[in-house]
Design a protein around this ligand. Structure first.
Ligand SMILES: Cc1ncc(COP(=O)(O)O)c(C=O)c1O
Length: 439
């Protein structure tokens, strides 16, 4: 009879064969095959790591999760990292940690958070879910980022934080934002879900503010299918984020700790007012929490993906550059994306905005491209205030949202992800040229 080890080795080897068989079937036929705007890029290593983890049959977050977050935090140069089941959960946990009564200066309901109405819904939702009031400022044309010159005007005596995404991987103006936050004692939360591996002034996006968030959904810079993370250099914030992720419990010992007294060794000797002496710390709740943990199986994939991340970044930059130079000739029709002089973006996608006097509408070009099997997307919400769910929220607008409105009506994006081959890029350019020639 074969040993468990031999069987495992065989299964893992066979997994590679399945990967190779599937890979052989991948062919691109222009005009017939779909050109996705994003997608998972992996090889046999990810499949094997996940199968190996399934065979471990550890059913929750465990060693693989710990290994991934250690590697990921080190890669980002951040002290503390927390795995989440999505980028949306990461945003919820980050904002909730900054509202925890256990930190020195928590945000309270009614406090204001400066943000943008051109956003992803779950960048804004945690602000609302915590009873905070969003104050919307406009974005900049071409960068699609929070307009840092508008921050001063948005300030009130209730302002406590600035939260924004580095839109489509394009870094926001971090030196101005951080100076402003420092001057006024504001928290900064960087939604880095679309900007993993982008740099501003030689520093990685996500390493400037108090907390940063990441998504590992399949469309992003690296993937585990689903999953997310929060990073911070502040141990107090990390502890509250961990508690909020894990049901709100006070204990920060991890699931599966070997020591029966927990890593802290004080599981049974805490005293809390109103609770019996020594009440098991694992069952003491110091935050109103959730359960937002991912699975170890996903993290096993993450370990392999992280090794590929620098290569993915290079491919995104190269693909963006090819498209940018090829579409430059259509500048009369499109506003091409802009990066700030200090930025080195790892682009999530290539946004294009139709000029106001354009001879065609966004609907015309998007429908044409989709018919030609080229995937397009809107720039997330455009102006989120125009969406049904947000009609009755409490908010304040500072200045006009002119650029945000322009994005709502005239912007779309196409892909630059690492799965985009030269053939696919050439096909996209050829089809766009053809469309423009026909108008
Ligand atoms: C900027 C931004 N923030 C947050 C999220 C949410 O991430 P997830 O889909 O992992 O919940 C996304 C999603 O794609 C996003 O683009």
């Amino acid at each position: 009879m074969k040993s468990e080890q031999q069987l495992r080795a065989e299964i893992i080897e066979r997994t590679k064969e399945i990967y190779e068989l599937r890979k052989q079937k991948e062919v691109f036929i222009p005009g017939t095959s779909k050109v996705n705007y994003a997608g998972r890029v992996f090889d046999e290593k990810e499949m094997q790591a996940m199968v190996d983890s399934v065979l471990d049959f550890w059913l929750t977050l465990g060693e693989k999760g710990n290994a991934f977050i250690k590697d990921f935090s080190a890669y980002m140069g951040m002290r503390y990292g927390l795995m989440l089941n999505s980028g949306s959960s990461a945003n919820l946990v980050a904002i909730s940690a900054l509202c925890s009564p256990n930190i020195a200066q928590p945000m309270k309901p009614g406090d204001e958070v400066i943000t943008t109405a051109l956003t992803f819904p779950t960048t804004l939702n945690p602000i609302l879910q915590n009873g905070l009031v969003p104050v919307f400022v406009d974005v900049e044309e071409g960068t699609y980022n929070i307009d840092a010159s508008k921050l001063e005007q948005a300030l009130s005596d209730k302002t406590r934080a600035i939260m924004f995404a580095h839109t489509l991987g394009n870094p926001a103006e971090m030196d101005v934002i951080m100076d402003f936050a420092k001057t006024h004692g504001l928290y900064v939360i960087e939604d880095t879900c679309d900007a993993l591996g982008s740099y501003y002034d030689g520093k990685l996006c996500g390493t400037f503010g108090d907390m940063s968030t990441y998504s590992f959904y399949a469309a992003h810079h690296m993937t585990m299918g689903e999953c997310g993370a929060v990073l911070t250099n502040n141990m107090g914030l990390y502890r509250q984020a961990l508690s909020i992720r894990d049901w709100g419990r006070a204990c920060y010992c991890q699931t599966g700790e070997k020591n029966p007294n927990g890593a802290c060794r004080h599981r049974f000797d805490h005293i809390f007012e109103g609770l019996p002496d020594g009440y098991d710390h694992k069952y003491v709740y110091s935050n109103i929490g959730y359960n937002l943990k991912p699975l170890d199986i996903q993290c096993a994939m993450g370990i392999e993906q992280l090794k590929k991340l620098p290569g993915f970044g290079e491919a995104r930059r190269k693909n963006f550059s090819i498209l940018y130079h090829a579409l430059n000739k259509h500048e009369n029709y499109f506003i091409l994306p802009k990066a700030l002089p200090k930025s080195n973006p790892s682009w999530f996608a290539m946004p294009l905005t139709l000029r106001s006097d354009s001879a065609f509408s966004r609907k015309d070009i998007v429908m044409y491209l989709e018919n030609e099997h080229i995937e397009t997307r809107m720039l997330f919400t455009g102006n989120i205030l125009k969406h049904p769910a947000y009609r009755n929220i409490q908010y304040r607008i500072s200045g006009s949202l002119e650029q945000t409105e322009k994005v709502l009506h005239h912007t779309f994006f196409i892909g630059v992800y690492p799965g985009m081959t030269q053939e696919k890029l050439a096909y996209m350019v050829e089809r766009i040229d053809h469309f423009i020639e026909g108008i």
